[in-house]
Design a protein. Structure first.
Length: 505
């Protein structure tokens, strides 16, 4: 690819390794003036690590960074900003109790005679926001304004000084459609001024609405750089997940299990939604049925699961469990109604590493019974011993800290935690991520067997062949919406990719 304009920022051959993990391998990126460049990739592709290298949070083990043709090596975010590389993160990292002007200039207030020049600060803050065509009272506390305006304030803060590169890390994850359009209007104006903008997102619609150029990352490497107009949505999805170019000729994955009779309706969700996070979604799960949720990271899969489990509060919609209305104020309410949830975040929302296998395993059951009805130690020991045997958990003993187990065995303990509650519905969010092939097969075989015995399973996975293989029905999600529902055999891997890409089934 030949470009007549030289890149403002050119990153090449970047390597970064952490203990036991190779995060980046020969990664690279080029940012051109007057362009919005979108960085795409699945979870674990290396996007966040690359951004942290660019902004001085991490120092690379190898490779080079050129800014306007000159080598740089920022060792902190302050150094990166002084060089002209500014970043706005997914979560607005500002102080809501301070005024808009104070947030823009915090840590670098204009001074006069050794004192903060409040009048100059407000004037300069208003001028920065005027550049973004945002007119608000900069003297009011930031908390008075909606999230979209707070994002603009964060951008104005990033633009203070001689910024040449603006990095936006998932800036639209909490914005509704109108707020996204407001942000895009600002980005287009900055693009017209010649700013080089790196936009990180998981949303295909947004990528094609704002991007001039796309870099795809996979497994810590740069898969390729493409002009947006020359890359179809289907091709982009294929490159992100590593599907072969000739996927059309491969056909669908053969089901591991034949059709079986499903039982009575266990759960029905109608129009459950959360502003800026998930558009209204309808779901129904029968006993003895495995429902798969397919889609890219950020498509709304996990958000749907969290609403069903009461981990997040829905803004609208209704849930019925076994024909009775259910209102989940928190996960304890969902557990009481027979719902279990294995989170994708095993480290932060699953295993409590210092506690033993036994203690981790009985947590959900104890939560359901309440703090005044302690589970007798002998029963705890019997439960732990039985599940260690049934699931083939490799551990020195049930009192071994779970942190001493492999990832696959930790995942089996977490699965056992929810099975011990004998749930009517078990939600599994990426239950096989980061574990070896044998452990994956063990877990899925056990889950499928439970489903055949009458348990409802909601299964979320980024591995399309796995979802296709085990699902009785599948709901495909894209950009926070459910795009279609299909029975076993109606979709193969190729047609799922078409739906995810927005090109129909």
């Amino acid at each position: 690819m030949v470009d007549p304009i030289s890149p403002v920022l050119e990153v090449s051959g970047i390597h970064k390794q952490f203990p036991g993990v190779k995060a980046l391998a020969d990664a690279g990126l080029r940012l051109f003036p007057g362009e919005v460049h979108t960085l795409m990739g699945q979870n674990g592709a290396g996007k966040s690590t690359l951004i942290k290298v660019l902004t001085g949070v991490y120092q690379p083990d190898g490779g080079s960074i050129l800014l306007s043709g000159r080598p740089i090596a920022p060792r902190s975010t302050q150094e990166a900003q002084a060089l002209g590389i500014s970043t706005v993160y997914q979560e607005v990292n500002l102080c809501p109790n301070l005024s808009v002007a104070e947030n823009i200039f915090i840590g670098r207030y204009p001074r006069r005679f050794g004192m903060v020049d409040w009048r100059a600060m407000r004037r300069q803050a208003a001028a920065l926001l005027q550049r973004l065509r945002i007119e608000i009272d900069v003297g009011k506390p930031l908390a008075h304004y909606p999230l979209a305006i707070q994002q603009m304030v964060a951008i104005a803060r990033a633009l203070h000084g001689e910024s040449r590169v603006l990095i936006l890390d998932e800036p639209t994850s909490s914005l509704d459609e109108a707020e996204v359009q407001t942000l895009f209007g600002v980005l287009r104006r900055l693009r017209e001024e010649g700013m080089a903008i790196l936009f990180v997102t998981h949303f295909l619609e947004q990528t094609y609405a704002i991007s001039d150029r796309i870099t795809v990352m996979r497994n810590g490497e740069r898969e390729g750089e493409y002009r947006c107009a020359e890359l179809s949505r289907l091709a982009l999805v294929n490159k992100m997940i590593g599907a072969p170019a000739d996927a059309q000729e491969q056909g669908g994955a053969a089901p591991a299990n034949g059709e079986h009779a499903r039982g009575a309706l266990f759960l029905r969700a109608q129009g459950i939604a959360r502003k800026g996070v998930l558009a209204p979604v309808d779901l129904a799960l029968h006993r003895g049925e495995l429902l798969g949720l397919a889609g890219l990271l950020g498509s709304g899969r996990t958000e749907t699961a969290r609403l069903l489990f009461g981990a997040d509060k829905a803004d609208g919609g209704a849930i019925e469990v076994e024909g009775r209305k259910a209102a989940f104020a928190n996960p304890r309410d969902a557990i009481a109604r027979g719902i279990g949830f294995c989170s994708e975040d095993r480290k932060h929302e699953g295993a409590i590493l210092p506690l033993s296998v036994r203690e981790n395993l009985i947590l959900a059951l104890q939560a359901r019974q309440g703090i005044w009805r302690a589970i007798p130690l002998k029963r705890q020991q019997q439960l732990a011993t039985d599940y260690v045997k049934w699931l083939g958990i490799k551990t020195a003993g049930i009192e071994t800290p779970i942190g001493a187990l492999s990832g696959g065995n930790q995942q089996k303990v977490l699965l056992a935690r929810w099975l011990a509650t004998e749930p009517g519905l078990l939600i599994l969010d990426e239950p096989t991520r980061g574990i070896d092939v044998r452990a994956k097969q063990d877990i899925m075989d056990y889950v499928t067997a439970l489903c055949r015995k009458g348990m409802s399973i909601l299964f979320i996975s980024s591995e399309l062949p796995e979802v296709l293989r085990v699902s009785d029905r599948m709901v495909v999600m894209r950009d926070r919406k459910a795009c279609g529902e299909y029975r076993r055999g109606e979709l193969d891997e190729t047609s799922v990719l078409h739906v995810i890409a927005g090109e129909g089934a």
